[in-house]
Structure formats: structure tokens, C-alpha cells
Design a protein around this ligand. Structure first.
Ligand code: FAD
Length: 328
């Protein structure tokens, strides 16, 4: 029986999405316990050149399906292709990014192949005894972390949040097997008409990519507080981010929100300024390499997970930090 781990590789306009690279890295780690292959599934139109990117990041094999119908993501043709591949290859595990595409595709596929799906996972592991995939995700409004196993059906399926898993280093010399899988699509497979694809044009920093984040909570007091944080972020070559409290208050856009209902980040340095440390916030930043918390309340829960802490007023500490770094 196959124990292979399949990763549904996501591409947009032919660009392989970072989450897919992260999932290949994670699948490689998991595959050591199963002693089987990591297979990436790449769907699209004229995308076969991109398969080598997936092998360079660790995929042992890439299954490519190319067809003009797969040019823009649409649920029906993508679900049909993935279901056919699962039926043909019988993988043990199927992983997919918890992106807007993954969140649409994975539930359809799991229902059609009669298996379960654990959505929005933040960590994965293999149980050494049962060899089952342990899928962990926040549950009950983020108050507990639930570990879920799917022991009766195959494949075991999970969507995984972008930004939480570790990619492998790119190694162009690594050549994997590339296999073309032929599927006959019919007109009925495209049950929607894509009239126009409108790309988001607003200038928003991608906080999941930033190595340094200076994150503001309610403790910054007002929307203008982000200007102060931006000043520090600039001297550190980083970006600003936020807790949900400030997004709800309309002080900053949702794209900057870190946490369970925001983005998951893993920078080298995360500065939590005036953030209390609610579990829903921590779920999105606890994997950061170094966490510095600044809070005037020494009992704030953020200090429990911080590597470094400063008890004090953000309005005093942040400008002092900036000044000290500038004078270095
Ligand atoms: P507060 O909890 O109000 O904390 C403000 C902190 O600032 C306090 O610790 C205070 O001591 C400190 N402070 C005040 N003034 C100063 C000062 N001058 N100097 C220094 N420190 C000061 N939250 C998220 O962040 N992300 C999410 O994705 C998210 N998802 C959620 C999903 C659900 C289903 C639910 C129920 C909640 C979610 N929340 C999320 C909200 C979360 O529970 C908290 O309410 C939120 O994180 C609190 O934000 P905060 O720490 O900025 O504010």
C-alpha cells in the first residue's frame, strides 16, 4: 500500500506559492517516519517548466496536469483532477495550503474521495506507533489546540496555514521524477465562466515575508501609534503588524493582523508593543525566532512566551530603542 505524501502545489500566474514550498519541506520531515516519497501535484496551463522548482525544494516526484481549462483556478476542473490523481495513486497523506484556493479545493476533494479533512493546521507529526498523521489546529475560538487523527479513511488530509512550516534550502542539482498525468476535460467540467480576474492593487506589505516585525496592540493608544512603530521597523529593515484589537478599531488594515484569524508569521525578531498576549494572537506569532515584549503591565501573558521583556510605556520605550539603534 502506498504511504506517499502528496502536496497539492499551488501556483498563481505560474508562480509557485511559498506555502507549497513550505509544505514540501514539512512533508520531507514527515516522510522520514514513513520512509516513503514526497510527491508534488502541479496543475495549470503551460506550467511544466515549474516542476523543477518543486524538485529543487525537495519533492521526489512531481505529477503535472496541464490543460488550458486549469489556467485560472476554478473548483470543478481542479477538484476533478485531484480526485482522479488520488484514486490512481492512493496516497497516504494529502497536504494543501490553507489559502483561499486550498480552502475551496480541499473540502470538495475530501468529500468526493470520502475521507476527512483537518483544516487550518498549525503543526503536523507522525505518531511513531500507529504511523498516523497527527494534525494540530486551534479549536474552540483558539482556546485549545486540538490534535486530530483520521484513522478510518484514506488519504489523511490537511490544509496547513501559510508561514508555519519550514522550507528546505533550494538545491538546483536535485532532480526528481516528473510525470505527466493526462486527464480529458469536457465543457461540463467548467461550470462557471470567469469574466475577469481583478488583481489587488493596494500596496500592502506581506508581513509573512518580513524578517523583523514591530507589532502594535491596543496599548499603542491610537492609530498614529503605528507611525512610531513604523519608525522603529524602518531602522530595523522590517515591517509593522498588529493585534486584532487595532484592526477592529479601524486603526490598520486586516492584512497586517497577526493571529488565529489573521496571518501566521515567523520572523527572526517579533516586537510585541502593547499587546497583552491573548491565545488567539500567540497562535500566529509564537514560532518567531526571538520575541521582545514591551508592556506596562508586568503580569501581561505575553511575557510568558517572550524571550526578552521590557516593562514600560511603549511611547517611551519605542523612541528610545529607535534612537539607540540609530546611534549604533
Ligand atoms: P489588549 O488585550 O487590550 O491588551 C493591550 C495591552 O497593552 C495590555 O496588556 C496593556 O497592559 C498594554 N498597554 C496598555 N497601554 C500601554 C502602554 N502605554 N505601554 C505599554 N503597554 C500598554 N487577536 C489577535 O491579535 N489576532 C487574531 O487573529 C485574533 N483572532 C481571534 C479570534 C477569535 C475567535 C476571538 C474570540 C478573538 C480573536 N482575537 C485575535 C482577539 C484576542 O482575543 C484579543 O482580544 C486581542 O488579541 C487583544 O489585542 P491586544 O493585546 O492588542 O489588546
Amino acid at each position: 500500500m502506498s504511504k506517499d505524501i502528496f502536496v497539492l502545489a499551488e501556483q498563481r500566474d505560474g508562480d509557485i506559492q511559498k506555502v507549497s514550498i513550505e509544505l514540501i519541506g514539512e512533508a520531507k520531515r514527515l516522510s522520514k517516519s514513513l520512509d516513503e516519497k514526497v510527491v508534488a501535484v502541479l496543475l495549470g496551463s503551460e506550467i511544466k517548466d515549474k516542476a523543477s522548482i518543486l524538485t529543487a525544494y525537495g519533492a521526489d516526484k512531481v505529477i503535472v496536469v496541464e490543460d488550458p481549462i486549469l489556467g485560472e483556478y476554478a473548483t470543478e476542473p481542479y477538484a476533478k483532477a485531484v480526485c482522479k490523481i488520488i484514486k490512481e495513486y492512493d496516497p497516504e497523506i494529502v497536504l494543501c495550503g490553507a489559502t483561499s484556493i486550498g480552502r475551496d479545493l480541499a473540502p470538495r476533494v475530501s468529500a468526493r474521495v470520502h475521507t476527512g479533512l483537518t483544516a487550518d493546521c498549525t503543526s503536523l507529526d507522525i505518531d511513531e506507533e500507529t504511523k498516523l498523521l497527527m494534525m494540530t489546529r486551534p479549536a474552540f475560538g483558539g482556546n485549545i489546540m486540538a490534535t486530530i487523527v483520521c484513522d478510518r479513511h484514506k488519504p489523511q488530509m490537511a490544509t496547513v496555514r501559510p508561514g508555519v512550516m519550514k522550507s528546505l534550502e533550494k538545491d538546483e542539482s536535485k532532480k526528481g521524477e516528473i510525470e505527466y498525468f493526462d486527464i480529458k476535460f469536457t465543457k461540463e467540467d467548467m461550470n462557471i465562466k470567469i469574466r475577469e480576474v481583478v488583481k489587488e492593487t493596494k500596496e500592502v506589505a506581506d508581513i509573512t515575508e518580513s524578517k523583523v516585525l514591530v507589532s502594535g496592540g491596543r496599548g499603542i493608544g491610537k492609530a498614529e501609534g503605528f507611525k512610531m512603530l513604523k519608525g522603529l521597523a524602518d531602522v530595523l529593515g522590517g515591517e509593522i503588524s498588529s493585534s486584532r484589537a487595532n484592526v477592529d478599531a479601524g486603526w490598520i488594515e486586516k492584512d497586517y493582523q497577526v493571529g488565529q484569524t489573521g496571518k501566521t508569521v515567523k520572523p527572526s525578531l517579533y516586537i510585541a508593543a502593547g499587546i497583552s498576549g491573548a491565545i488567539q494572537h500567540i497562535a500566529g506569532m509564537e514560532e518567531s525566532d526571538l520575541i521582545l515584549a514591551i508592556n506596562k503591565d508586568k503580569g501581561a501573558p505575553i511575557f510568558d512566551i517572550a524571550d526578552l521583556g521590557i516593562v514600560g510605556d511603549v511611547n517611551t520605550i519605542i523612541p528610545k530603542l529607535k534612537e539607540a539603534i540609530e546611534s549604533e
